[in-house]
Every structure is written in structure tokens, then in C-alpha cells.
Design a protein around this ligand. Structure first.
Ligand code: ARG
Length: 548
């Protein structure tokens, strides 16, 4: 807990006249007390014998809030905080706004999901959605003024192809029945045909130009496809419990894109090829890239440049986070680089990159049409959850359990790592899973509900009780850590460990059957656990349940 770490650091610095920081104080367990300071570091920096420095600290630090100080090993100073004070501080800290964390000020844009028009979201998007959602929840928790944005892919030659395909071999009935599936089938069909028919690419371009020039039919169809896609995606988001503060898209930034390309040309950052296309070079570091084709069409990267500038200069975001898969690492490197070369302030811009999500039974390929849709993924998880739930009455929880399980399985892995889903692990009700978090949380709720008493710290803590409390006390720092590293996995893993401790605590230390004082003391711990786990699950976007 920061409160005690700060106090300890202050006393250390007073005695040694050093500038140790709170990071030098470690959380510790058992014989090593509650917090530990390795004097070895000071010794190597300032000279002296670590063991002697440790002894000096032990002699000279006033105990005050401490029960005792001990020296161990090559120079560890172990601090034991008075247990009742520790407990009192935890309660106070956890009930504060932001759990006592310093308020982060500033405007943060979290752009995530950003699927393309006319394609259902696939399982890769699922990972993106839960990661982005959790990051925006975490930033919001620590005080940022957060705007979540869905920047959809709604511009480019592919929509010319689609409009053409729809006109040539689309079906009105099919479209009306299931617009998204029909569009997606057309998209796949078109690309299959393109392999043997060169003419089609030309047709696609022609219709893309018509859209760009707002020609009636082309523009109307493009708009319709865009709208039905958004409606379709919204159903997925609704199930996932994800909301966006705003929807934008590549098509909303076209004028600014033209301007920024002009600006880049004038500044000499962007160069013109004899064929009229525009490109930029990055020297040795990265491959050069085209920003505007010879036929005048602008590209994905150029639209991102315009958008970055707008977010910075017009909207004044302090943080501009792009949650996008690692396949686009180079894209974002190029984006930040070129903006920097043009003198656009890129401070606060970050690409939040993450690895692949795959199913054990097979991967996906959007071109060949065998993608696993987000909706299918969720259906399957919910189906499996239903099978696991024994009580007929509680089967209604299957949606929340299935989705919670999927979310957890995505968030418990460090974002850079690839994930291969194994359904049995995802939906287990025991240990390291979404259902396990939900189960532990409901178990705590049911204990609390069974009594009219209120928890209260009376009497002495047993070791089991106290070490559970210590684990609870680390929650706020864990959030801070997760925010700084943009890493929900830290919270997910912490919660999983916490639940494990709760379950063993519960077996070792009966709550409601204990004598009055013990009951109240343990109940208080259970109450704290319930609130920490609810807040933690909230940060992951996992629903709490009343019963399970
Ligand atoms: N629509 C793009 C895709 O599906 C992702 C957009 C990511 N965001 C961005 N600002 N480039 O690949």
C-alpha cells in the first residue's frame, strides 16, 4: 500500500540522507514482514556495507506505525506494520474516490474496434474489442476524461468493388433477409472472380470513383451498405456490453486528407512521382510508402495522418490511443514518423498493439469466407456455459457467463502474446477463468446477504486473514500499474490470484459459523473482497452476477 511505502521511504531517506523512491520498497510476505527494503542498492550506490546500513535503519527508524523492524540476509530490512493500523488504512483507502489513486488529468481518446464496412467482425476483433474496452474503463477509473471512438473502415476501392458486385450479381431479397451476410458473400465472390478476370479490378476502381464523386446510385448504395454494417456491428457490441462515445470513419476525413497531403508536399516531406502519385521515404529505418495513387485515390495511411492531426490540433487530446492488431505495427510506425517529420505534435499518440487470437480447431481467412464471426464465437461460449450450469433456473446466466469467460480468456494474457483458445480452459468454473471470478464474487455476496451484521475489525488477525488483507491492499497499485502499461492482464491475473486466496480463506476460516467477533472481522474481509472483485471485474468489462 502506497501510504505505508511512502512513510517507510521517508524514514529511510531521513536516516540515510538518500533519495530512495517508493519503487525501492517491495511488498513482502511471512517472515519478511509487510514491506521490505534491500539496502544492497544504497550500498552499491553510496558505498558501505549493506548489512551495516540495514542495521542502522533498524536502530534509527522510529517505530510509530510499525510493530517491528528486522534485518535479514545480505541486507534486507523487513518492516512489520501494526496490523490494526494496516487494516484501518486499507478500509480507508479502498473507500476513497479512485481508491485513493492520484487523479490523472487530461483528455484521452481510445480508438478501438474500428471494423470495416460489409464484413462481419471476426474473432480477432473480439480480442480488440475487449482490450480496448478494458483500457478505456481503466483510464476512466483513474480520472481521465475518456472518449471511446469507433473509426470504421468505410472508404477505399473495396467499396467500389462491392457496389459493382451488388449491381452485377447481388440479390435484393438476400440483402433484405440478411444484409451483412449477403454483402460479405458478394465480397468473397468478387475476389474469387477477380482471380481469373482482370477487368474486375478496373470496374471496382470505376465504381469507387463514382462513390467519391457522389454519383447518385453509387453513393446511395455505399451509404446503405455503411448503415446496415453499423447496425449489424451494434448488435455484437450490445451483446459484449461495449459502448462507444462516438462513431467516425475514414470517409469523414477526406477533405482534411487532401489538405495534409498538400501541406506535406509543400514542406518537402512528401514527394511526387513523375506518374503523379505521392510517396514518403523514411531512410534506412522503414520502407517508403505511397500516400496517394497516380489515379488520385488517397490511402489508409494518408487518412490516418489527417485524423491524427485533427485529434491533436482541433480536439486537443492529451492521449491518443490506437488499439489495433500487431499486423499494423509498421503502419503506425510510419504514421507517427511522417507526422513527426511534418511537425505535427505526436506526443501522447500510442499504438496499442496486440497478438493474434485463434481457435484450436482452426483459424480464419477473410478472403475465403471461412472467418469465425464474433456472434458465432459468443453463441458457442454461451452454449457451452449453458451445458455447464446445472440448475435449470440459473441457465439464464449463460449469456453473461459465456461472454465473461471469453473476455477473461482474452484479457488474462499479456497483449503482445498470441492466444490459442481451448474451450475447456475458457469455460472452466475452477481457477483462472472468467466463471471463476464471477463465482467467487457471488459467493462473497451470498455470505454478506445471509447475515444482518455488518463487518467490523475486532480482535486479532490470524495469519490467513492478514495475508488475505495484504493481497487486497495491493489492488490500487495494481490498477495504476495496469494503466501505465496499458495492460489489463495485470488486473485479470491479480483478480484470479485474489479469488484463489478467497476460496482457500473461505475453507480455512468459516465466516458465519464463527464466534461473534471473529465473524464480524472475517465478514469485513469478505466485504472488502466483494468490493475489490466487483470493481476489478468492472475494469475488465466482466459482469458480476447475483447468483451462480
Ligand atoms: N479498419 C481497419 C482494419 O480493419 C482498422 C483501423 C484502425 N485504426 C486506424 N486509425 N488506422 O484493419
Amino acid at each position: 500500500m502506497k501510504y505505508f511505502k511512502n512513510k517507510i521511504v521517508e524514514s529511510i531517506n531521513d536516516v540515510l540522507e538518500t533519495e530512495a523512491s517508493i519503487k525501492d520498497i517491495e511488498d513482502s510476505e511471512g517472515e519478511r514482514g509487510d514491506f521490505s527494503f534491500p539496502a544492497m542498492k544504497v550500498a552499491s550506490e553510496k558505498g558501505g556495507n549493506p548489512r551495516e546500513i540495514a542495521e542502522k535503519l533498524k536502530e534509527e527508524i522510529e517505530l510509530g506505525f510499525l510493530e517491528k523492524i528486522e534485518v535479514a540476509g545480505p541486507g534486507f530490512v523487513n518492516f512489520f506494520v501494526k496490523k490494526d493500523l494496516f487494516a484501518e488504512k486499507i478500509v480507508e483507502t479502498l473507500s476513497k474516490e479512485r481508491m485513493g489513486l492520484k487523479e490523472r488529468k487530461g483528455k484521452a481518446l481510445v480508438e478501438f474496434s474500428s471494423p470495416n464496412v460489409a464484413k462481419p467482425m471476426h474473432i480477432g476483433h473480439f480480442r480488440n474489442n475487449v482490450l480496448g474496452d478494458s483500457i478505456q474503463r481503466m483510464l476512466d477509473f483513474v480520472g481521465y476524461d475518456v472518449v471511446s471512438e469507433n473509426y470504421i473502415g468505410d472508404w477505399g476501392t473495396q467499396y467500389g468493388k462491392l457496389v459493382y458486385a451488388f449491381k452485377e450479381y447481388g440479390s435484393k431479397e438476400e440483402f433484405e433477409k440478411n444484409p451483412m451476410e449477403h454483402l460479405y458473400n458478394l465480397y468473397v465472390e468478387f475476389h474469387e472472380k477477380m482471380e481469373t478476370d482482370d477487368r474486375l479490378l478496373e470496374k471496382g476502381r470505376e465504381w469507387a470513383n463514382k462513390i467519391e464523386n457522389k454519383e447518385e446510385e453509387a453513393f446511395r448504395l455505399w451509404k446503405l451498405f455503411r448503415e446496415v454494417s453499423i447496425d449489424y456491428h451494434k448488435k455484437d457490441y450490445h451483446r459484449m456490453g461495449i459502448k462507444f462515445d462516438r462513431w467516425t470513419g475514414e470517409s469523414k476525413i477526406l477533405d482534411e486528407t487532401k489538405e495534409i497531403l498538400e501541406e506535406g508536399l509543400q514542406k518537402g516531406v512528401i514527394k511526387k512521382d513523375p506518374d503523379g502519385s505521392l510517396f514518403v521515404e523514411f531512410g534506412e529505418e522503414m520502407p517508403a510508402t505511397v500516400l496517394k495513387k497516380s489515379d488520385g485515390t488517397t490511402l489508409y495511411l494518408s487518412r490516418d495522418m489527417a485524423n491524427l492531426k485533427k485529434r491533436k490540433e482541433d480536439e486537443d487530446f492529451d492521449l491518443n490511443l490506437y488499439v489495433v492488431a500487431s499486423e499494423q505495427d509498421l503502419h503506425f510506425k510510419q504514421l507517427f514518423n511522417i507526422c513527426d517529420m511534418m511537425g505535427i505534435d505526436i506526443e501522447g499518440c500510442e499504438h496499442i498493439s496486440y497478438g493474434l487470437l485463434n481457435l484450436k480447431e482452426g483459424s480464419m481467412s477473410s478472403r475465403s469466407g471461412n472467418i469465425v464471426r464474433v456472434s458465432e464465437l459468443i453463441d458457442k461460449a454461451v452454449e457451452k456455459a449453458k451445458e455447464r450450469i446445472e440448475s435449470v433456473e440459473l441457465k439464464k446466466n449463460a449469456e453473461k457467463i459465456g461472454i465473461g469467460a471469453l473476455k477473461y480468456a482474452n484479457l488474462c494474457v499479456t497483449k503482445q502474446k498470441d492466444i490459442v483458445f481451448n474451450w475447456d480452459d475458457v469455460l472452466t468454473f475452477e481457477g483462472d477463468s472468467g466463471p471463476y471470478l464471477q463465482y467467487s464474487n457471488t459467493r462473497a455476496k451470498s455470505i454478506i446477504k445471509k447475515t444482518d451484521s455488518k463487518g467490523e475489525f475486532i480482535g486479532e488477525f490470524s495469519d490467513t486473514e492478514f495475508s488475505f488483507l495484504k493481497k487486497l491492499s495491493r489492488f490500487p497499485e495494481m490498477i495504476e500499474n495496469a494503466v501505465d502499461s496499458r495492460e489489463p492482464a495485470k488486473i485479470a491475473n491479480y483478480l484470479s490470484e485474489l479469488c484463489e486466496i478467497f476460496n482457500s480463506f473461505y475453507h480455512k476460516c468459516p465466516v458465519l459459523k464463527a464466534d461473534e467477533d471473529t465473524m464480524k472481522r472475517r465478514l469485513k474481509i469478505v466485504e472488502l473482497f466483494e468490493s475489490v472483485s466487483s470493481v476489478g471485474m468492472g475494469l475488465l468489462g466482466i459482469d458480476c452476477l447475483e447468483e451462480m
